[in-house]
Design a protein around this ligand. Sequence first.
Ligand code: NAP
Length: 285
Amino acid sequence: MITGKTRLTGLLGSPVAHSISPLMHNEAFRLLDLDYAYLCFDLKEKDMEDAVKALKLLNVRGFNCTMPVKIRMCELADRLSPAAELIGAVNTVVNENGTFVGHNTDGIGFTEALRSCGYEVKGKKITLLGAGGAATAMAVQAALDGALEINVFNRKTRSWSRGRQLVDNLNKKTACKAALYDLDDETELRLRLADSDLLANGTPSGMAPETDLTPITDPTMLHDELTVFDAIYNPKETRLLREAAQRGCHTQNGLYMLLYQGAAAFRLWTGQEMPAEHIREKFFH
Ligand code: NAP
C-alpha cells in the first residue's frame, strides 16, 4: 500500500519495461512490510542529468541504473563505492541524506550467486571470458573478495583496451594477480584453464537467439575439477554449460547473479536482507 511516507526506488535506463526488478523488489517490500515502492523509468542518456537532479529534489531513497546510463551515472554520483570506482559503472544509487552514493552490485551478484551454491572465489584461480560491463564487474568483485589470480581472455577487437585497463587496475589496486590474453589464442587458453578453479563467461556468446554459439569451441579444454559459470540467463543452459556438464564440471547460469545483484541493492536501500529464497522460488525458475 502506498502511504504518505512511502520511499521511492526504481530503475533508470532504456529499455526497462521487460525488467524483473520491479517484481522482485516490490514483492520483497511487501513480504517484509517495508513502506517502499519500485518503479521503472525509460530514460535516455541525454536526459540523465536532469533526471538525477529531479530525483534528488524528490528525495527518493535510491535507484538502479541499467544500460545505457550506468557509465554516465559514475560522473553524476556525488561519491562512489570502491567497487563502482574500479568498475567505472554504477548500477545502484543510494541517497545518503542528500548525497547520491554510486555502487555497483553486479559483481556482488556474481560472487553471491556462487556462494549460494557453496563456492567461494577467495584464493581461487579464475579464467574470465570478456572485458565488457558484466565481465569487468565480475572481475573486480572477485578480486575484492580475495581471488588469487584472474586471467582475462577477450577478442582483440572493440573492448581490448577495456581489458587492458581492467587488468592494470586489478594489478595496481587489488591484491589479485591479473593478465590479459587473446581469446583466439587456443594454446594459452587451454594452458590457463588446466590451471584454473573457475571459468566465468562474461561474453554474450551463446545467448538467445544465437544459442548454437559458445566462447569455448573445444570442450576438451574443460576438466572435471572446474566450476563453470555463465552470466547468460537466457537460455538457462547455454551450449557452454551443457558441454561443461558433459565434461563433469559443476555449472551455474546467470539467473542467481541477477537475483543477488538485486538483493545487494535492496540491502543498501533498506538495511534488510531480501527474502532471497522466496524471490528465487517465485521469479527465478
Ligand atoms: P558488453 O559490455 O557488450 O561486453 C561484451 C563482452 O563480450 C565484450 O568483451 C565483447 O568483446 C565480448 N564478446 C561479444 N560477443 C562475443 C563473442 N561472440 N565471442 C567472444 N566475445 C564476445 O556486454 P555485457 O553487458 O557485459 O553483457 C555480457 C553478457 O552478460 C550478456 O549475455 C548479458 O546478458 C550478461 N549479463 C548478465 C547479468 C546477470 O545478472 N546475470 C548482468 C549483466 C550482463 P568485443 O569487444 O570483441 O565485442
